[in-house]
Design a protein around this ligand. Structure first.
Ligand SMILES: Cc1cc2nc3c(=O)[nH]c(=O)nc-3n(C[C@H](O)[C@H](O)[C@H](O)COP(=O)(O)OP(=O)(O)OC[C@H]3O[C@@H](n4cnc5c(N)ncnc54)[C@H](O)[C@@H]3O)c2cc1C
Length: 410
């Protein structure tokens, strides 16, 4: 006899996206949900590695609103003294080092204004008062967003679980999905290593295994794992965790403080990526060793802005395989080929900060008779009959990664 219960909805994957989706569905009143996670705890894979940066200033109004929804959710969850995401609303500073970037900031600020997101330009002097030790004299423009910040990804995921659990969502860790059962083109269940589960809907939130889970129902989706890493420095005097997050897109760098330490990450021009055909559903993507050359370049590029970076040793390196898509957009919502099969993946390294907004969009795609045009545009169906190829998909995903902070066109 199966050890686990049947449910109307099974979510495969207990990262930030799966748990955020469970939470948003539960808020919408949908609580007959079982989330299964193959590891012994939630947030054990990519989500655990994330820097937890939450930025709302984006290049489209929809992405800005999605991020604003996430921030609202994190602020709500932070009110719970027992389980909260350790959300620190430090604000963020976005620094332009050339004139084209200044123009991009103007476009981004106009989008923020339309979305109702508070932003303002700061002088280098005011920025320095917020982040002592950082040299802003080269800045051509500094855009401040007071409601940005960062959180602890594990705490966020645990908070989603706690709140959705209180509403009736069930969780089963150490439970790996192995097959999806279908009848007449509809999902009817999931076979796991703990036994079968009957369900009407499967939500695929399996991160770097979302490709394999989609394959189980005969769908080929371009979900490309691309390596990402950052380092935390050895103790650095004078830094406290309440300093604002800094993004310097012209150097492809992001920075935040940790307790007495600096966190530095960036987007490499030639990122490593892997082909999910090369590992199995029951296996893992290739192991990642810290790439000291890449990490040292992040530190070197930071020295003109933060001279202390030249002496800072590396205490620890965080790394993983976030997934990217060829068009840089999430893959969210039901699939037309298999009824009851729903995607929640292809997060393009926004899966922690975007998790609440992504979860909300998944809920909308499932529960609303007519989801918004934006949510419809994220549908997995955009890849079902197009003529994409794997080499092109991988090259495009790597380009999206490399140009993460690239200049957007007017
Ligand atoms: C170094 C680094 C820094 C990052 N920094 C940020 C950041 O600052 N902000 C941000 O928003 N994002 C950041 N990201 C990206 C972010 O981590 C990802 O977008 C996010 O974690 C994706 O969440 P997920 O739930 O889709 O995937 P995951 O966290 O990988 O979760 C997927 C889960 O599915 C489970 N699973 C897989 N197969 C099965 C199966 N067969 N049965 C059951 N369970 C299964 C896995 O075990 C895993 O727990 C960073 C990523 C890295 C690597």
């Amino acid at each position: 006899m199966s050890k686990i219960k049947d449910a109307k909805i099974v979510i495969i994957g207990g990262g930030a996206v799966g748990c955020g989706t469970a939470y948003q569905l539960a808020l919408a009143g949908e609580t007959d949900i079982l989330l299964i996670e193959k590891e012994s705890s939630v947030a054990a894979v990519t989500s655990a590695q994330a820097a937890g940066l939450v930025g709302q200033v984006r290049t489209t109004i929809e992405r800005t609103q999605l991020a604003m929804w996430s921030v609202k959710t994190f602020s709500d969850l932070q009110q719970d003294p027992k389980t909260n995401p350790t959300w620190r609303q430090t604000g963020s500073l976005r620094v332009a080092l050339n004139e084209e970037r200044v123009e991009e900031f103007q476009r981004m600020k106009a989008i923020a204004d339309r979305a109702g997101l508070e932003t303002e330009y700061l002088t280098p002097k005011v920025a320095e008062a917020k982040w002592p030790g950082m040299n802003f004299s080269m800045a051509k423009s500094i855009l401040w967003c007071p409601t940005d910040g960062y959180l602890q990804p594990y705490d966020l995921t645990a908070s989603y679980c706690s709140h959705s659990g209180r509403r009736g969502v069930q969780f089963s860790v150490n439970t790996a999905a192995q097959q999806i059962v279908m009848k007449d083109g509809r999902v009817t269940g999931v076979i796991t290593d703990q036994g079968p589960i009957q369900c009407d809907i499967v939500i695929n939130a399996a991160g770097a295994h979302a490709f394999h889970i989609a394959k189980l129902v005969g769908l080929e989706l371009p979900i490309v794992p691309v390596r990402h890493e950052y380092f935390i420095s050895v103790p650095c005097e004078g830094l406290t965790p309440d300093f604002p997050v800094i993004r310097i897109p012209d150097l492809s760098l992001y920075i935040r403080t940790d307790v007495n330490a600096l966190l530095v990450g960036g987007w490499e021009p030639n990122p490593l990526h892997t082909d999910p055909h090369k590992y199995a559903l029951g296996g893992n993507p290739p192991g990642i060793e810290p790439d000291w050359e890449v990490l040292a370049k992040f530190a070197e590029d930071l020295v003109p802005q933060f001279p202390k970076a030249s002496d800072l040793g590396i205490r620890s390196v965080f790394k993983g395989w976030p997934t990217f898509t060829p068009d840089g957009r999430f893959i969210i919502g039901p699939t037309e080929k298999v009824k009851g099969f729903v995607m929640a993946g292809g997060c393009n390294a926004h899966g922690v900060s975007g998790s609440a907004g992504i979860g909300r969009h998944v809920a909308e795609s499932l529960l609303e008779p007519k989801p918004s045009p934006y949510v419809q545009s994220l549908s997995p169906n955009r890849f079902s009959d197009s003529k994409w190829t794997w080499p092109d998909a991988q090259a495009s995903a790597a380009r999206i990664y490399a140009e993460y902070y690239g200049l957007t066109k007017p």
